[in-house]
Every structure is written in C-alpha cells, then in structure tokens.
Design a protein around this ligand. Structure first.
Ligand code: C5P
Length: 400
C-alpha cells in the first residue's frame, strides 16, 4: 500500500461500538507510512478514550469546536487543510445525516465542511438503521458528492441482530484509503524525476550547495507512483525517504546527475527536472584540504551542464518538464525559460514568498505549457504534485 506513504489522514471517530476498532485502524494506516491525526465526537469518547487514540496517533486528539487551547495549536481550519484524506470510521447514522445536511454543529462536521480533501466513510450501525430510508438517502447524497463509502459488512452485530451494518475491517478500510490516491493516470509510463540540491566539491571536505530540501521532487515521485508510473528519482543529498515503489539513484554533483539521467532516458516517457542544480562547479577539485592562509581566496568556476536542456534536446525525447523558481516577473521569465530549454511544460513558482518554496511543506505555482496555463494555488506539496502529474497526463493523452 505504497499509496499511503507520507499521506496525512485525518481520522474522524464517531460514537458507535465500532469506535474501539479505530485504534487498530490507526496502527494499520501508520504501518503503511501515513501520518494520522484524530477528531472524536462526544459519542465516540463514550466508547474509547481520547488518551488511547492520542497515544497511538502520537498527536493530541481534537474533540471540541470551541476550544481556545486547541485552536492555538492546530485549529480546525488548519486541520482540515492538513488532511490529504478525511476518513470517518466508524461513521454513525447521525454523522452521516449531519454531513449529508451540510451541518456544522460540532468539530467533526465543521472540519468536514472545511476540508478540500476527499472524504471516505466507513458506516457502522444497527442493520435496521442502515436499511432505513433516511440513512439510504443520506448515503446516496454523500456518494453523489464524491464521498467514498467503504462497507458496511453483513454479519452478527453487537446488539445481537444479524444483517448489514458492521464496520468494515481496519485492513479493508486502510486498503480503501490507499486506493483513493491510486489515480492510474500514467499507468505503464516511465517517469524520471530529478530532486534535491547538487553538491559541487571544492576539496575532500568542502562543497558548494543550496537549500533545496527535495520535498517537491519527492512529492512528484509519490504522485507519479500513485498514477501507476514506473518512477525513478535521481536525487541529490536530502533527508527524505523515497516512495517505496520508486527507484532511487543517489548522486552528488550536477555531472553525476546528468550521467544518471542520460542512462535512464532511453526508456523514459516523462522527464521532470525538479532538482536545484548548481549552475557552476569549481574548475578544480583540490586533492587536499585547502589551507587557510591568505586574506583573499580566488576560485575559478566552470558552467555546469544544463540537465533538462540536454534531455529535451535528445532524439527521441521524453515529455520534458522543468521548474522555474523566480522572485520577479515569474510567468514571463518562466515562459522564456521554457522556450530556451525546449520544454513541454514549466512549473513556475515565486520564491520571494517565504511561506512557500524551498523548505516548506506547501507550495503555490503556475503550470505553463504551449497551449495554456493553470494556477495551482497554495496547497501541500503532495497536492500540487498530484495536480502537476494530472496536467502532464492530460498533455500526453491530448496535447494542446
Ligand atoms: O536555469 P534555471 O536553473 O533557473 O532552470 C531551472 C530548471 O532547469 C529546473 O527544472 C532545473 O531542474 C533545471 N536545471 C537543470 N540543469 C541545470 C540547471 C537547471 O536541469 N544545470
């Protein structure tokens, strides 16, 4: 279930006997690499304590809408934005009715209204309540709005009845959650992505580099894996774990990065250059550590090869995507760069804004291609990456 790796799952737990299974669900989601935060309704707290779910999730459990202390930490709107998926398990008949009516009278329903991420419900209730026409209409309404419904199972119920209404097993819910991220848009395509900074050695102990964290490139790799692509990351030195299903080639210098990319491009359909490649490298890498002495030290630098321009100049060439980090005239410079480097698409972002860009978990950008452009407003890098992959898939299937 590589699709859960690094995903932010906001787990809503409502008041039914199946609430105890939320503990196991948290473990299952975490085992597959997801980050889990929990919202509990008052009813849920009658069945399982917030302390249990706090201990398992590793984060305070959110229970109140009008809680000054909680709002000082991760407030309800921030919580809603944090989520890549809002998963409500168990979802009682009451919660389902509140969501279908668009109500915002408690923390869970308010977060659900404010949450742009997909919604998944694992209903759990007495079989007669599940069969009730009111519940059926509410479920239908939510499904039509795009909610994913997992379960319920049929079997013996806590109340002694036999019928549909048992919550689906945690393993099945985790698998369903993973499948939400599996878009299949690039099934069978081969994608190579450069990420992170390069390091240009000066001597055996020193190098020149930059602050690129690699987060955007790694998020793109995850999005490409989710889209079913055979994905390879060519990464400079970063502190990140590559998605389980992606290949990883670790490099240091720009020259090593170029060589790795050239080795991989013959069978590559899409090349995405997200790395912050050093423009210059020292002309000489000293064999011994440079001694301090003179007041002034002069070094000579040579231009590094332009990796993305080299790849876009190949024949045949992959669909080639570059990035443009700019501080002024962002769109104009990006369009110019796209032409100069022979790119099919460029993703431009304004790095003068400290809240987004290099080391942040969020980003905002504009994707530009020959037939159009699309603004990608501030969102998690995972979300921006999924949108970029979606745009690339669209261009590959229907250029224009
Ligand atoms: O020219 P500039 O560095 O602004 O271009 C940024 C784009 O070009 C990014 O996609 C980056 O990964 C790529 N690039 C490259 N090789 C270089 C310099 C930049 O692939 N030497």
């Amino acid at each position: 279930m590589a699709h859960l790796f690094n995903r932010n799952i906001l787990l809503g737990v409502s008041g039914g006997i199946a609430a105890y299974k939320a503990a196991e669900l948290i473990r299952q989601l975490q085992e597959h690499g997801a980050n889990v935060r929990v919202v509990m309704t008052p009813g849920a707290q009658a069945f399982i304590t917030p302390l249990t779910l706090q201990a398992l999730s590793g984060h305070p459990v959110h229970t109140e809408l009008l809680d000054e202390e909680a709002e000082k930490g991760m407030g309800h709107i921030e919580l809603a934005r944090w989520a890549d998926l809002l998963l409500i398990a168990p979802a009682t008949a009451n919660v389902i009715a509140r969501l279908s009516g668009g109500r915002a009278e408690d923390l869970l329903s308010t977060v659900a209204l404010a949450c742009p991420a997909p919604l998944m419900l694992a209903p759990a209730m007495n079989q007669q309540m599940w069969k009730n026409a009111g519940t059926a209409v509410n479920i239908e309404t939510l499904a039509q709005r795009g909610a994913h419904i997992v379960g319920p199972e049929t079997g013996e119920q806590a109340c002694g009845d036999i019928g549909p209404g048992r919550m689906e097993t945690p393993a099945m819910i985790a698998a369903a959650a993973a499948s939400v991220f599996d878009t299949g848009l690039l099934a069978g395509k081969r994608v190579v992505i450069t990420a992170g900074p390069t390091r240009e050695a000066l001597d055996p102990v020193r190098y020149l580099s930059n602050h690129s964290s690699g987060k955007m490139g790694y998020a793109l790799a995850q999005a490409a894996v989710d889209a079913g692509a055979v994905t390879t990351l060519v990464s400079g030195p970063v502190n990140l774990k590559a998605p389980e299903q992606a290949g990883l080639v670790n490099v240091e210098s720009a020259q090593q990065m170029l060589k790795a990319c050239l080795d991989l491009t013959p069978d590559c359909d899409i090349f995405i250059a997200c790395a912050a490649v050093a423009d210059y490298r020292p002309a000489v890498i000293e064999q011994q550590k440079i001694k301090k002495g003179a007041e002034e030290l002069q070094l000579t630098f040579l231009r590094n090869p332009d990796i993305v321009a080299t790849i876009s100049g190949l024949q045949p060439r992959p669909f080639t995507v570059g990035f443009a980090a700019e501080t002024t005239g962002v769109i104009d410079y990006a369009k110019d760069k796209m032409q100069r480097k022979g790119l099919d698409m460029i993703v431009a972002n304004d790095v003068s804004d400290q809240a987004i860009g290099f080391n942040s978990d969020n980003n905002a950008a504009t994707a530009i291609w020959s037939g159009g452009e699309k603004a990608l407003p501030c969102a998690s890098k995972a979300n921006i990456a999924a949108q970029i992959i979606g745009l690339i898939a669209g261009q590959i299937s229907e250029p224009g």
